[in-house]
Design a protein around this ligand. Structure first.
Ligand code: SAM
Length: 264
């Protein structure tokens, strides 16, 4: 990146890695194979090069590469750059879709500040196995890139009914409902289409929230009836066009952050 008019290149920020181990001044930490390869081979960093390391318990720290051997790299932690902090208590429940679209949902939800990623099995979900390790790696990389201090937790695939059954009532669930009980009814009517999302979010006051996005085929009538009958569920509309699940997730999360979360 160039500063306007100066012709001088702005320095690249130091690489940033999530480390689960406790971070403190003087700690020596061995990197795993993937992180060692990323720094040494992809970024071509040598002993002495600065690195930033972070986790939600200890915040973000300046570190440097201390040693390199056949097993990989060791870092030495120097000084704290940022105190521990985490964003809004926001969950995303989503029906897994095709692989690339699911990867996109996980990456963008992490950038948009989701704290827990909860894949749910719905009647029309076409995927019945999700690689949690793969989704966790995507979430970790997105968190490293996006400067947040925590990495979203990826929960196991759970049937939607079970997730709703065990619901902690104080967390409202914003349910992206592309239809109405009677789709011919007016937008925002009691029995017809759900209320526009912005109007619905203005009335949400709690400190914890969740969003639910359905699969390519949408929700079945029975699922929709169940969702609409639950007191903690707030059905919302994202307008007259049917969005792909990944677009719906990104659009909903952006609105949630701007009207309820940490974009205000
Ligand atoms: N097959 C469904 C149909 O044609 O009615 C569309 C499902 S859509 C591809 C996937 C999910 O995105 C939906 O289940 C819903 O959660 C969300 N979604 C998409 N468009 C929406 C809209 N206009 N309003 C509310 N939710 C929407």
């Amino acid at each position: 990146m160039r500063s306007p008019g100066s012709g001088i290149r702005a320095p690249m920020p130091d690489p940033r890695l999530f480390l689960a181990q406790p971070l403190s001044e003087g700690a020596r930490l061995r990197l795993d194979e993937g992180q060692s390869r990323y720094l040494a081979t992809v970024l071509r960093r040598a002993v002495g090069a600065p690195v930033r390391v972070f986790n939600v318990a200890d915040g973000e720290w300046r570190a440097e590469i201390d040693a390199k051997d056949r097993q990989g790299l060791t870092l030495i932690v120097r000084a704290r750059l940022r105190a521990p902090a985490s964003g809004p208590d926001l969950d995303l429940l989503f029906a897994p879709v095709k692989r690339d679209a699911t990867d996109l949902i996980v990456e963008k939800a992490t950038e948009l500040g989701v704290r827990r990623l909860r894949p749910v099995l719905t009647a029309r979900t076409i995927v019945d196995v999700v690689r949690l390790d793969r989704l966790a790696a995507i979430a970790r990389e997105a968190a490293e890139q996006t400067e947040r201090l925590d990495v979203p937790e990826v929960l196991a695939l759970t049937p939607l009914a079970k997730a709703l059954d065990g619901w902690a009532g104080e967390r409202a669930l914003i349910y992206a409902d592309e239809q109405g009980d009677d789709p011919a009814q007016a937008w925002g009517g009691a029995a017809g289409r759900a209320a526009p999302i912005a109007a619905a979010l203005h009335s949400v006051k709690g400190a914890a929230l969740a969003v639910l996005i359905g699969p390519e085929g949408g929700f079945e009538p029975g699922e929709r009836r169940l969702l609409r009958s639950l007191p903690f569920v707030i059905p919302v509309s994202l307008g007259p066009r049917i969005l792909r699940a990944e677009t719906a997730a990104i659009a909903t999360l952006a609105l949630v952050q701007s009207l309820w979360g940490d974009w205000r």
